[in-house]
Write a protein that binds this ligand. Sequence first.
Ligand SMILES: Cc1cc2nc3c(=O)[nH]c(=O)nc-3n(C[C@H](O)[C@H](O)[C@H](O)COP(=O)(O)OP(=O)(O)OC[C@H]3O[C@@H](n4cnc5c(N)ncnc54)[C@H](O)[C@@H]3O)c2cc1C
Length: 391
Amino acid sequence: MRPEHFEEEHEMFRESVHRFFVNEVAPHREAWHAQCQVDREIYLKAGAQGLLCMYVDPAYGGAGVDDFRYEQILIEENQRHGDPGFFIHLHSRLVAPYITTLGTEEQKQRFMPGCVRGETILGIAMTEAGAGSDLAGMKCRAEDRGDHFLLNGQKTYISNGIIGDLFVVAARTDPQSPRAIGLFLVERGMPGFERGRRLKKMGLESQDTAELYFENVRVPKANVLGDPTQGFYYLMRFLAEERLLGACSYVANAQAAFDITLDFIRERRMFGQTVADFQVNRFKMADMRTEIDISQVFVDSCVRQHNQGKLTADMAARAKLFTSEMEGRVMDECVQLHGGAGYMDEYPISRMYRNARISRIYAGTSEIMREIIARSIGLDPRKGGAGRKGG
Ligand SMILES: Cc1cc2nc3c(=O)[nH]c(=O)nc-3n(C[C@H](O)[C@H](O)[C@H](O)COP(=O)(O)OP(=O)(O)OC[C@H]3O[C@@H](n4cnc5c(N)ncnc54)[C@H](O)[C@@H]3O)c2cc1C
């Protein structure tokens, strides 16, 4: 399977990860959807199997395996056989790197072993009601009070918002400068830190997306990540990896939808033949096969670039843009090929379709991806006119 990209040890890892999702995640899927949250135990089980924060240095409890292909396998198997609302990648590769990269030795010692074991579940809180695509509109503020920062404000749409124990929270640290943002480690139980509603969503039912409230939360200086004025740049830096994680999952989702649709149209008969026998449908499947294959090759290449430290923000944006749009087209076509069954809850394609709608919105919308890509080819009105030549 994709021999140009994976080696034998990756395939062995895939087999054990596959068993983990089939045995430990899939049987709980319906219960988790009903309770709108995964059980905490799944993080402990994933931790016990060494599946959390694999890249983390053994000094902090990790395995020190910094090959992104292992993470890609985890994502693919979770999307296909686990539950897409179990945000294992958000915990391990989206939030943990803030601590391992920006954190002090003391912070890494204090927090990382619990994250690797699955005892401390992570989340990141950037978005606010008035600040999503435009983070400079952030209102959450943190005031320097000597030995601590006083945090006030609220966040919304935060993944792992209810189950999470430790959040990287972005807040303004200088009222005069919208780009002066700090990143703060806010822990469960800190006085003034409250969870709001668990938000009802179109899909990803088992993901506990929530609002977070901060009222005079005293965040000790020991919980500040890096320079408290450079958070904006830190966020931009880590978003490239977040977009690559997304791209890996969108291709896996499209592949899963394709597989179940292929089975369905081979079985379903009408007008004396199967749905798959109509040329129009064979051609639809051929188009989807082509789009998924091309996306996979591109994403695999981005993963290898990332392993070499060469993946640029605009390349990650292209991967996210193309794969999420492709996933949307594939899901829509697959529902169509199911006919009325595609609209029924009992058919997996219905849920997959709903889950996929968010891919074009979170981790930066398709419009923001196009903005990043356009700027990367010199079309940047901020630099004296979109039509002018230069980077
Ligand atoms: C299920 C879910 C989970 C999430 N998890 C998290 C999380 O864990 N942590 C977190 O911080 N956030 C999270 N988010 C927030 C998510 O990242 C934002 O919703 C997303 O970035 C879009 O921001 P917004 O919702 O404010 O939309 P807006 O920014 O208000 O966008 C509205 C529309 O305007 C368009 N638009 C904006 N700017 C431009 C532009 N320059 N040019 C053209 N069009 C533009 C957008 O593309 C969009 O179509 C999550 C969201 C969801 C739905």
